[in-house]
Design a protein around this ligand. Structure first.
Ligand code: TRP
Ligand code: SF4
Length: 327
């Protein structure tokens, strides 16, 4: 039986952190066994907002791929490639832009939100408005059945389906099917300060950070604000540290809950135990990362192999699309 296909992408805008691991990568890793997977470094998408500093993106790209591999993305099972190395993404994006109504893009909630919230860069560009069109091209180029994404990306999936339907209608072909969102079982990891974990809030734990740095970051996390003395009973459900227990240390969750609310453990000790657990989880990942960092040739090989596989798929789609468009 043919496996269903998925495609997903990540923008190389910074180093990866625990939020990427529990929010996306762990899910990708699981999906590798059930699906034919394409995992893409979305560098064009990143450039749409980071166009002033392309050098930084370049550094992040290999670093991100190394982290993917260290966490368990398996190049034997999955196709790993860089978007800009397969020119068909831009070609199909242009074709889709022919038929994408301006209003749909202007009304897209992610677009409106970014324009409002991002103030340190000028995002009122022609390319940025078309962000979801390029994403639709990424997905349709590989005829992906499903796209693992977080909830924030649902509007882009809906747009992709709308564009696919319009294409089929105009060119009288049942050519593109309707890709479905595969919602990540929402493990939304809060940052160290309780807001969403993000590079721009500087509230993250990086996958490649030194153990001492991670210990310090966890020790500085805000806990239950009502707990001042050790003898004050804590409210674990109001404590961000406790939410980390649920994700990273489920086997100690119940006991910690009890001990906290009965004042049997202090926050310093509680955080210390968590930090050691997080380090234990990261240790094999960091070890693999150190090995891979010394073997850039191997990474390049994986990427060129991925590029080849992606390009052969993408090339076939574009030939068919050109035929339908009589070009
Ligand atoms: N827009 C996605 C994000 O910011 C990244 C992305 C680009 C993507 N192309 C994609 C995700 C295709 C899924 C499928 O997270
Ligand atoms: Fe939070 Fe742990 Fe302190 Fe309880 S003991 S308030 S769970 S850090």
């Amino acid at each position: 039986m043919n496996k269903k296909r998925i495609l997903s992408g990540m923008r190389p805008t910074g180093k990866l952190h625990l939020g990427h691991l529990v929010g996306a990568l762990n899910n990708w890793i699981k999906l590798q066994n059930e699906y034919e997977c394409f995992f893409m470094v979305a560098d064009w998408h990143a450039l749409m907002s980071e166009y002033e500093d392309p050098q930084r993106l370049k550094e992040n790209m290999l670093d991100n791929v190394i982290d993917w591999l260290s966490c368990g993305i398996d190049p034997e099972k999955s196709t790993i490639f860089i978007q800009s190395q397969v020119p068909e993404h831009l070609e199909l994006s242009f074709v889709l832009s022919l038929i994408t109504p301006l209003g749909l893009l202007e009304r897209c909630p992610t677009y409106k939100e970014q324009l409002r919230e991002v103030t340190n860069r000028d995002l009122s560009t022609y390319a940025f408005l078309g962000y979801p069109v390029l994403q639709a091209a990424d997905i349709l180029l590989y005829k992906a059945d499903a796209v693992p994404v977080g909830e924030d990306q649902l509007p882009h999936l809906e747009l992709t389906r709308q564009i696919a339907r319009k294409f089929n209608h105009l060119y009288k072909a049942a050519y593109f099917s309707q890709p479905q969102a595969l919602l990540t079982e929402a493990t939304r990891l809060m940052g160290l300060d309780g807001r969403k974990m993000s590079k721009s809030y500087n509230n993250y734990i990086g996958l490649s950070e030194e153990p001492e740095v991670i210990r310090k970051k966890i020790q500085n996390m805000v806990t239950d604000p009502q707990r001042i003395r050790l003898s004050d009973p804590g409210h674990p459900h109001k404590c961000n540290v406790f939410s980390y227990y649920s994700i990273f240390f489920p086997e100690r969750r119940h006991e910690t809950e009890q001990r906290c609310s009965k004042s049997l453990v202090g926050c310093t000790a509680c955080k210390k135990e968590l930090a050691e657990k997080v380090l234990e989880l990261l240790s094999p990942i960091q070890e693999k990362r150190h090995k891979l960092l010394k073997d850039k040739k191997y990474i390049q090989e994986i990427l060129s192999c991925g590029r080849e596989k992606a390009a052969s798929f993408a090339g076939k789609t574009m030939r068919e699309v050109r035929e339908l468009l009589k070009i």
